[in-house]
Design a protein around this ligand. Structure first.
Ligand code: BGC
Length: 754
């Protein structure tokens, strides 16, 4: 990468030790941590010019204090940058990313990132470790909570909107931050859904599916990318030269900063790539610019830069000159990032006490967080009980009905749950009838699990009363009310990093609670909280309505009450399929074409499983990607295409559909376009999402929605290896399908000749 004159001149003046110092990245340790740092001696590192950036600060005062020490410790006055995990908001916490994915709304994603950037930068932060854009198709994996979901097209739109929201138009503006696409690559494809486990993917899936949001995010201007803990096809990502230097920097054209994940370089040794010195050399040569937490660059690069790295037994022979060149390159990128955001001109650019005091959790930010809930919560079932009748007597039941500690969800490291609105508070403010509230059941009844869930602060409180006493109390409350709203689901840390599960059903005590409430025969609404798709087959059968509210953030109570009372229409559509049972995962709508079962034969294999009812689609789950109900109903016309025969590279096809609000209320619909390519050179997905549009219609109103496709939209990734993958296109028939979700579609056909 050609550096600016300023960076080139600075590099010339720096010693090798000073350059290596810039590649070191540590945590300030002012908030929760996900591992054990190699050192806590930040002051010592700064005084010696051995730190390039710091993450995890919690105030302007602390940023200023660290910056002062850094400037004194650096012979050339090189400032630190300050990073933070700003995953779904900074102080104002928005619904989880998996929930935001359900909004199908790039403008909302942009605005959420903008607010997060305003709040984080107001506190001195200028670099965020977001957006997380790992495709996730196995809900056993806890970090699906942080992901925009299962679909590459949706995730790519999410990536570019978030990047633009964080980075704004001017990187030097004090309210913009450098974004970071993470985790590169295929972290979400961990085998068995086990966090940190490795992934094995075809080149077509790795590049055509998992890399898509990275491609889009890089094109939108992401300033950094973070490596991923896993190996992909046997090659640990922190040493994956072909994907980092080859695909990411080469094919995708990324010229920003490549940062390691937490001790990700050190962990290459545990992956079996060699001792700590070896892995430091391998990571650097692979293209990881900064070492987070493990300090292997700091400890080993000085020697490698003198002697090179020679490990004949592993076929490694890197001359010292190559190591020195790679150090220059990496250091140049760190400096370029600091230059780009104006830190050399003003190291305190982002330190403004007034902004810090007024912006975080400001009323407009809270309003956006509240509005985001209507767009991200998904109504899974409604037999007409919702919205609640005004004046109805409501029994709120559940350990999370009046609980602040579980509202924010995972990775809300700067969020304060004491600022969050409980569901009971929200309903009191929005509903006119009397409301009683009882607990009914513990979230879980297993002490070991409860301790694990309480790892980042207590959110699970085991009751001293017996389960039977609590159930009786819930049943009595339900009988005395017109309708019961049971708030059930996961605890805050049930989903998140290192939080994989083997059972996607509701925890046992809450299952029993739902059964007991349903047995009263009284109307029952479930508000389900979770950070992952859950297997809710029994509860969907028992309840009159089910609203999947995810972890909705600071404004949870208000936003969920807005939906329950009908003040707003729920317009979330699933960003990841919900399986019927845990054993059905992974599930997603891009299931591949197979040879069997073929129509009429092997009927018992219709679902793919002997023990699943025929109503469940084989691979796509109980509730498919894109699914969600509104309080109104919509009718779709048959889709039409402007021409059913096309020719040539530059042609475009436009498909049109008219959507009518056939109900009695104004409502919002997500119109979705999928494409199938029935004949191709390789096995293809049955369909791929290629467009979506969110529209709001008054009762009786009809609107035409048009999607235009070009040849790139109909091409697909193909290659023998990940680095030789190309996007190819086959002439012939394509099926264009439009509808309200990935299952209920009507189609039109086109023939596109070469
Ligand atoms: C996570 C990253 C995060 C980093 C710093 C790691 O454990 O995988 O997503 O950015 O910690 O907090």
């Amino acid at each position: 990468m050609p550096h600016s004159d300023f960076v080139a001149a600075l590099l010339q003046r720096m010693t090798l030790a000073e350059k290596i110092g810039q590649l070191n990245l540590l945590s300030a340790g002012e908030g929760p941590e996900t591992g054990s740092p190699a050192t806590r001696n930040i002051e010592g590192r700064l005084a010696a010019g051995q730190l390039g950036g710091l993450f995890g600060t919690k105030s302007v005062a602390s940023v200023r204090a660290w910056q002062e020490i850094a400037l004194k410790g650096s012979a050339h006055g090189i400032p630190l940058f300050f990073a933070e995990d700003v995953i779904h908001g900074h102080r104002t916490i928005f619904p989880l990313p998996i929930a935001l994915g359900c909004a199908f709304n790039p403008q909302l994603w942009h605005d959420v990132a903008r607010v997060a950037a305003i709040e984080a930068s107001a506190e001195g932060i200028n670099h965020v470790y977001a957006p997380m854009v790992d495709i996730a198709r196995d809900p056993r994996w806890g970090r699906i909570a942080e992901s925009p979901g299962e679909d590459p097209f949706l995730a790519a739109r999410y990536a570019e909107a978030m990047v633009r929201g964080f980075e704004g138009d001017d990187p030097r503006a004090p309210d913009t931050v450098v974004s970071c696409l993470k985790h590169f690559l295929a972290y979400g494809a961990a085998v068995g859904g086990r966090d940190y486990d490795n992934a094995s993917l075809s080149p077509e899936e790795a590049i055509g599916v998992y890399a898509e949001p990275f491609r889009a995010g890089v094109a939108a201007g992401a300033g950094s990318v973070m490596g991923s803990f896993n190996a992909l096809n046997k090659r640990p990502m922190h040493a994956h030269r072909a994907l980092i230097r080859g695909w990411l920097r080469g094919t995708a054209g990324f010229d920003g900063l490549m940062v390691a994940d937490y001790t990700g370089i050190m962990e290459l040794a545990a992956h079996g790539l060699g001792d700590r010195e070896t892995v430091a050399g391998l990571a650097l040569l692979a293209g990881i610019d900064m070492d987070m937490i493990g300090e292997d660059y700091l400890n080993h690069l000085p020697k490698l830069a003198e002697e090179g790295l020679s490990r004949p037994e592993s076929g490694i022979d890197i001359p010292a000159a190559d190591i020195r060149a790679a150090i220059d390159e990496a250091c140049g990128r760190v400096l370029a990032l600091k230059e780009r955001i104006g830190l050399f001109e003003d190291p305190y650019r982002y330190c403004d006490d007034e902004r810090a005091a007024s912006l975080p959790l400001s009323p407009p930010h809270r309003r956006l967080a509240r509005a985001a809930i209507a767009e991200s919560a998904v109504l899974l079932k409604n037999n007409g009980i919702l919205p609640l009748a005004p004046g109805a007597r409501v029994a709120m039941v559940g350990a999370q009905a009046d609980d602040q500690t579980n509202l924010l969800g995972t990775w809300a490291v700067s969020g304060d749950h004491r600022q969050a609105v409980t569901l009971l508070e929200g309903l009191h403010a929005g509903h006119t009838g009397p409301i009683t509230c009882v607990k009914g059941a513990d979230i879980v009844d297993d002490r070991i699990l409860a301790d694990r869930l309480n790892v980042h602060g207590q959110t699970v409180f085991l009751d001293t009363r017996s389960a039977a006493v609590m159930l009786d109390e819930a049943v009595d409350a339900a009988r005395a009310a017109d309708v019961t709203v049971a708030v059930v689901g996961e605890a805050k840390e049930h989903s998140g990093e290192c939080s994989s599960v083997t059972d996607l059903g509701l925890p046992a005590p809450q299952k029993r609670l739902v059964e007991a409430l349903a047995a009263t025969g009284m109307p029952l609404v479930l508000v389900v909280k979770g950070g992952r798709p859950l297997a809710l087959e029994p509860e969907l059968a028992l309840a009159d309505a089910v609203l999947f509210a995810w972890f909705a953030g600071t404004e949870a109570g208000h936003g969920i009450a807005d939906i329950l009372t009908g003040k707003v229409d729920p317009s979330g559509r699933l960003s990841a399929a919900f399986p019927a049972r845990t054993g059905q995962v992974p599930v997603h709508h891009q299931a591949e074409a197979t040879g069997r079962p073929y129509p009429g034969r092997f009927e018992k294999f219709k679902t793919g499983y002997l023990d699943l009812p025929d109503t469940v689609a084989p691979a796509t789950g109980l509730l498919p990607f894109g699914f969600g109900l509104s309080y109104t109903t919509f009718a779709y016309s048959k889709p039409s295409v402007d021409a059913d025969r096309l020719k040539g590279v530059d042609a475009t096809a436009t498909v049109r559909v008219t959507v009518t609000n056939t109900g009695a209320r104004t409502g919002t619909e997500v119109v979705q376009l999928y494409v199938s390519d029935p004949v191709a050179r390789i096995t293809r997905p049955m369909q791929e999402l290629k467009g979506f549009e969110k529209i709001t219609l008054a009762p009786g109103e009809a609107r035409e929605v048009a999607f235009t496709l070009n040849r790139r939209d109909l091409s697909y990734a193909m290659g023998e290896t990940m680095t030789s993958v190309e996007w190819v296109w086959d002439p012939g028939t394509f099926v264009l399908k439009v509808g309200p979700n990935s299952r209920d579609l009507q189609s039109a056909q086109i023939v596109w000749d070469a």
